[in-house]
Design a protein. Sequence first.
Length: 272
Amino acid sequence: MKNKLKDIFIGRTQWEPAEKRMQLQPPPGDYSVYKMSAGEGIAGFAAGAAAGFAAVFVFFGSWIVSALSAIPAGIAGFFIARHILIKKRRRRLLVQFKDMLESLSASFLSGRNIWGAFDDAFSDIRQEHGSDALMTRELLFITSGLKNGIRIEELLSDLAVRSGEADIRNFADTFSACVASGGDLRQTVAFSRDIIGEKISVEMEIEAAVASGRNELNILSFMPFAVVLMLKTLGNEAVSGNTALNIAIRIAAAVIFVCAYLLGRRITDIKI
């Protein structure tokens, strides 16, 4: 669908007059892809490298091994930071999408047609969230597509595919079926708005409920390092020395610790 709309955009901009050519906006990007800025990339790499260096140095006390370990840890930190940024951007899109449904519901209630309702939503979202907001750019693309004869079903389906959000996909499918069957758009939009609003509210309640457990998990993640440092202060070579047995035990302990931490994060990451 995304490629189809892109072909429509490219084809029409080749033969339409300049005054109309400016109306058709290019499709926004894919929300599963995030191009990090230089500052974001450096920050993610630096955080991962620092954490990897500190962890390895505490366990093994080797500057060389710690420095070598900092490189893959920094790369992992880069990708983890990008994943977090993608997740936050999708959350912002879903919240703004709910606000768009609020505007659409009010417009359909006042008797506006599809083009007028989305045009009103564009004005409302731009005023509420700003011209650079995710949903503002999406609505600019949708309204320009409607002006140039692209069906609303195709535009919403394209947004659903690029967003990767099940709620937006469900709305696009329901809205398309409603348009095809001549159903009540006002009721369809209002129902979708209520469902997404309730989901966001429940997710916020869950986040608040598991926040304490997640904080405890983060605190406990530092305990193995504290224990190792404490054992090293005892000065007992059998405990703190880098013998083959001690290194093997520490590696096994580190693997168990990482697996336990990932399991804890998975348990506290509740989705609905």
